[in-house]
Ligand binder design. Structure first.
Ligand SMILES: [Zn+2]
Length: 405
């Protein structure tokens, strides 16, 4: 048996006025997903344990079968693993975004966060900017490491996790001064963010971006603090050799920490213009080689949710259907072995709020050898609720999917 999880990040939503009070999953044309739902088990699963924040970090840990209450040590350390950074036990890792903030001639705290990704800045440009940041703030205790696009890391020796930092994608178009860090090292962290504007706003890279009609990537934003992660091996836990195919460091880091293989796919971007076919191909290749389990992660619906782009969110779900699920099914059939497919988001990213929520998400488990338990319904939040199937403990769903005790 081959097992494939297809994860549409942030895909679940709530009724939206401009869609006639339907959700993107309701209105998206997704014939393959709907057919697998009708023939498979459909229900709701709670991926965010009570009291925890609904992040892609905690939610994906649940989906992969790890109790976030036990295994979660922060988001950025998982990304750091993927970036090849060796953390020591007393290192604290923070995410360092390169973002775009408003350019008005007003105090830093009165500016607003425009884009947490600085127009999805290229890795090359961001690397140069991060070098300037390292030069300004790096020392024996603090080191900035360049990552992909706007996602970078800060390792702080003897840093602290007792600090309140806000993810920049949660405060788009809001005033910075309302989200000033509090707690350990808060002043130093805020000071670096504030000073970074002076370093970056007129940096040659940003003058060049302006000439090309792009927003300047004119501030850093520090958040996502955490300690070195320790996950038990996926293979030991579930008896399956696994592979991860994702464009984002968080998912790759979870995979590497869990001893799974992580495959880099050329042109995998984490947005709507990603190399969907290449990612499917990578999964099928790994399954044909020696893997029993694959996790393919698509970030696009989440990005659309944060940006408040309703139409694009619908399109990203249609692309997931047509360019991932459909191809995956064809490919799995041609491998000639029975297979199970699980389709779900990690958490909702409702267009109305432009941030994550903790609401249980709809899932499908389809088994190519057993269509007797067919739900008879398609795939949406409401249809999943209508089946009455509810899994309250998210990390237990993986055991059910993999048919292990
Ligand atoms: Zn998100």
């Amino acid at each position: 048996m081959k097992y494939v999880v297809i994860l549409g990040d942030g895909m679940a939503d709530e009724p939206i006025e401009s869609l006639g009070f339907k959700t993107p999953l309701d209105v998206a044309h997704k014939p393959t997903i709907d057919r697998l739902a009708r023939l498979g088990e459909v229900g709701l699963v709670n991926t965010i344990p009570e009291g925890m924040k609904p992040g892609s970090d905690t939610a994906n840990l649940s989906v992969i079968g790890y109790d976030p209450k036990i295994y979660y040590t922060g988001r950025s350390p998982l990304e750091a693993v993927s970036m090849g950074i060796e953390m020591l036990d007393d290192d604290i890792c923070y995410r360092c975004n390169i973002i775009a903030i408003s350019e008005d001639e007003i105090a830093y705290e009165d500016k607003t966060v425009i884009d947490h990704s600085a127009d999805e800045i290229s890795t090359k440009e961001a690397g140069v900017l991060l070098e300037a940041i390292q030069e300004a703030f790096g020392n024996a205790y603090k080191t900035f490491y360049p990552g992909v696009s706007y996602r970078h890391a800060l390792i702080w020796k003897k840093g602290s996790v007792d600090v309140n930092l806000v993810p920049p994608h949660d405060i788009l178009e809001r005033r910075i001064g309302d989200y000033i860090p509090t707690g350990d090292h808060a002043e130093e962290i805020y000071d670096m963010m504030k000073t970074s504007y002076e370093i970056l706003n007129h940096h040659p890279i940003n003058e060049d971006r302006r000439r090309r009609g792009l927003r300047p990537a004119n501030s850093i934003w520090i958040w996502g603090e955490g300690k070195k992660p320790i996950l038990t091996s996926f293979e030991e836990k579930f008896g399956k050799k696994g592979v991860m195919v994702s464009a984002v460091d968080l998912l790759k880091g979870i995979a590497i920490s869990a001893g799974m293989r992580s495959v880099d796919v050329v042109g995998a971007t984490g947005n709507m213009h990603t190399n969907y076919e290449g990612k499917v191909e990578a999964v099928l290749q790994a399954l044909a080689d020696d893997c029993d389990f694959a996790y393919i992660h698509l970030e696009a619906p989440d990005e659309c949710g944060h940006r408040g782009e309703t139409d694009n969110k619908v399109i990203s779900i249609e692309q997931l259907d047509d360019r991932v699920v459909k191809l995956m099914e064809i490919g799995l059939k041609s491998l000639g072995e029975p297979y199970r497919i699980m389709i779900l988001p990690d958490h909702p990213t409702p267009i109305n709020y432009r941030t994550h929520t903790s609401t249980p998400v709809p899932y499908i488990i389809y088994d190519s050898t057993d269509d007797t338990r067919g739900s008879g319904v398609g795939y949406s939040e409401k249809l999943a609720e209508s089946t009455g199937v509810y899994k309250g403990v998210g990390h237990d769903l993986m055991k059910q999917f993999l048919q292990v005790d």
